[in-house]
Structure formats: C-alpha cells, structure tokens
Ligand binder design. Structure first.
Ligand code: PGA
Length: 251
C-alpha cells in the first residue's frame, strides 16, 4: 500500500516571516488530515522559521536542493549534513528549473541523490519530458532513461527513501496540466523502469507523484489514478485554501 505524499515546492518564494504566517494559517486547515504526508520544501533561509511554525503539526519542511559533496570549497552550496543538523528530512532533487537554468544534469542529479540518501534524507526526485519530446512520442524513452540515470547505484534498500515526482516540463507553471490519463500512463512507465532495475516489489512500493499545474480544481481526478501517489505542487502551494483542497482530495 502506497501512501499519498502531497508536497509543496515554494521555489524562490516566502521570506522567513512570510513562511511563518503561511504555516500558521494552513496548520489548522490541514490538522488531522492524516491520510497523506504533507511537506513544504522551502528556500534554505526560510527552512528554520517554517520548521518552528510547523512544530507539533502534521506538516514537514524540506529543502529544494542539496549539494553532493560533504564540505569544502563550493561557494553558495549547502550540504546534506547541514540540512540534517537542522532536522530537514525531505529534499527535492533534479527539479526541471535546476536542470534548465542551473546546468543540472542526470549525472549531478544522481550524485546529489546519493549524497542525500547517504545522509539519511528522503529524496523527491524530479524528472519528466519537455514538450518537443512529448510531441515526438518519446516520453516513455525519456522518463525511463532519466529514471535509470538518476538512480544509478542507488540500492533497492535506499529506494524506500526515494519519491519520484513525474513533472512534464511543459506543464510546470504554465497552467497546462497533463490529463489524468497522461499522468497515469507516464507514472506507470516510470514504474515499469523501476521494475526493470529493482524488480516488481520495489516498483510497486515506490511513491510516484505528479507535478505540473496541479491545483484545487484538478487534484481529485489526478490523484484518483492508480499510478499517481501524490503531487508536487508549485503555484498552488503558496495559497493555503488551494493547497488544503489538494490535501482533501488525497483523503
Ligand atoms: P506548478 O509547479 O505547480 O506551479 O506547475 C510544480 C513544480 O514545479 O514542482
């Protein structure tokens, strides 16, 4: 039995005080809704304030990236150990914005994933096709290849701590959503790729989220699909009412 994980990706939004206000607002709205795990991934400087506000609630706070080296001359980067010391459990890795704007490749995504897992963190690994790839009919090949490259040398045991977020790049922040059928089909193809690497048991146990303009209006339909085990939510994770509606859809 897979459990829904509803995760917000705040991206470069919310200062510490804004995050505190947001968590205080949404905390009572999602209280007791325990049929899913609820996570907000925050900018590094906002994490501590968000965690403080979320104390004692069913909300967990994660990070949006992590570096693969343990320490040293990597100006501007943050290590897994640093995140662990302040109690961060979840981290997004390989988001398409990192791949598009910050030169992230499957190789660096794989290195970051292994570093986070070695530090005992849970990874939300993002992958998905761009529009040209979908139009060319090669989505399955792309997501299978990304799954294999991004998880290279990740053990079956460590897969317990990996959540995959299938995010078609053409659907992120565009208002375009994959249809529930497209989301289900592609999440299923990722599951097939997992089965090839790890066997059926790991593939069936792995949580695969959909992300890309998921909102209060379309979440129920997407989450109803058998291969969709939650959502990674950008825009709608900044609005308490919208995010709560998505959590409700997962109940
Ligand atoms: P969106 O972002 O919900 O605003 O499309 C999703 C994501 O980038 O994770």
């Amino acid at each position: 039995m897979r459990r829904y994980v509803i995760a917000g990706n705040w991206k470069m939004n919310f200062t510490p005080s804004q995050a505190t206000a947001f968590i205080n607002e949404i905390k009572p709205m999602v209280a007791g809704k325990d049929n899913c795990d609820i996570v907000f991934c925050a900018p590094y400087v906002t994490i501590a304030a968000a965690m403080e506000a979320a104390k004692g609630s069913n909300i967990k706070i994660g990070a949006e990236n992590v570096h693969f080296e343990q320490k040293g001359a990597f100006t501007g980067e943050v290590s897994a150990e640093m995140l662990r010391e302040i109690g961060v459990e979840y981290v997004i890795i390989g988001h398409s914005e990192r791949r598009q704007y910050f030169g992230e490749t499957d190789e660096t995504v794989n290195k970051r994933t292994k570093a986070a897992l070695a530090a005992g963190m849970k990874v939300i690994l993002c992958l998905g096709e761009v529009k040209e790839q979908r139009l060319a009919g090669i989505t399955k090949e792309i997501v299978s290849m990304q799954t294999k490259l991004d998880l290279a040398d990740v053990s079956a045991e460590d897969m317990k701590n990996v959540i995959i977020a299938y995010e078609p790049v053409w659907a992120i922040g565009t208002g375009l959503t994959a249809t529930p059928e497209q989301a289900d089909e592609t999440c299923g193809q990722i599951r097939e790729a997992l089965a090839e690497i790890y066997g059926a048991e790991v593939a069936e146990a792995t949580i695969i989220q959909y992300g890309g303009s998921m909102n209060d209006a379309n979440a129920a339909e997407l989450l109803a699909k058998p291969n969709v085990d939650g959502g990674l939510i950008g825009g709608a994770s900044l609005v308490a009412k919208k995010f709560t509606a998505i959590v409700d859809a997962a109940q």
